[in-house]
Design a protein around this ligand. Structure first.
Ligand SMILES: [Cu+2]
Length: 159
């Protein structure tokens, strides 16, 4: 009996943490997404939300507002920017952002341990994008998530 209860608790906490990476507010057409850099050791720390090489992806309804909550859980500096396409770029500057404002400050230097920044942008054009770390070498090292902007979608998701 104890074992059954314990595994139920573990399942509940696992699904709760997955759901917490994205919330949708259809009334205000706003998706709030969480992008935690260096969550655990995957990719030698070059990960977002514990995922490497686009293994996880956000889906955002086209035309919605996005609130991207970035936090650096590691010791190395990290950053985040939304860029167009499905292949991580060798280098990233503010000019490469797919949408106005879709990047954290000090994109190439990165933000230090425990730094947090919330940025807002509008997912104004449908297509395939990546959320990449702008610190040189990090995106090519696997530190990126997928982000799809989908026409007609009713809610944002993360999987
Ligand atoms: Cu990084």
């Amino acid at each position: 009996m104890k074992k059954i209860i314990l595994s139920t608790v573990l399942l509940l906490s696992a699904s709760a943490s997955a759901a917490s990476y994205v919330t949708s507010d259809s009334a205000s057409k706003t998706a709030t997404i969480v992008v935690d850099a260096n969550q655990g050791a995957a990719g030698g720390g070059l990960n977002f939300n514990g995922a490497v090489k686009g293994a996880k992806s956000f889906s955002i309804p086209a035309g919605w507002n996005v609130v991207m909550k970035f936090k650096n859980l590691g010791q190395l500096a990290h950053s985040a920017a939304v860029v167009k396409g499905s292949t991580p770029p060798a280098s990233v500057t503010e000019k490469d952002a797919a949408f106005p404002g879709a990047y954290t400050k000090m994109l190439m230097q990165g933000l230090g341990a425990n730094a947090e920044e919330t940025v807002k942008f509008k997912a104004s054009a449908a297509g395939s994008y990546l959320i990449v770390c702008g610190v040189p070498g990090h995106a090519l090292g696997g530190q990126y998530l997928g982000l799809k902007v989908v026409p007609g979608a009713k809610a944002a998701s993360y999987q």
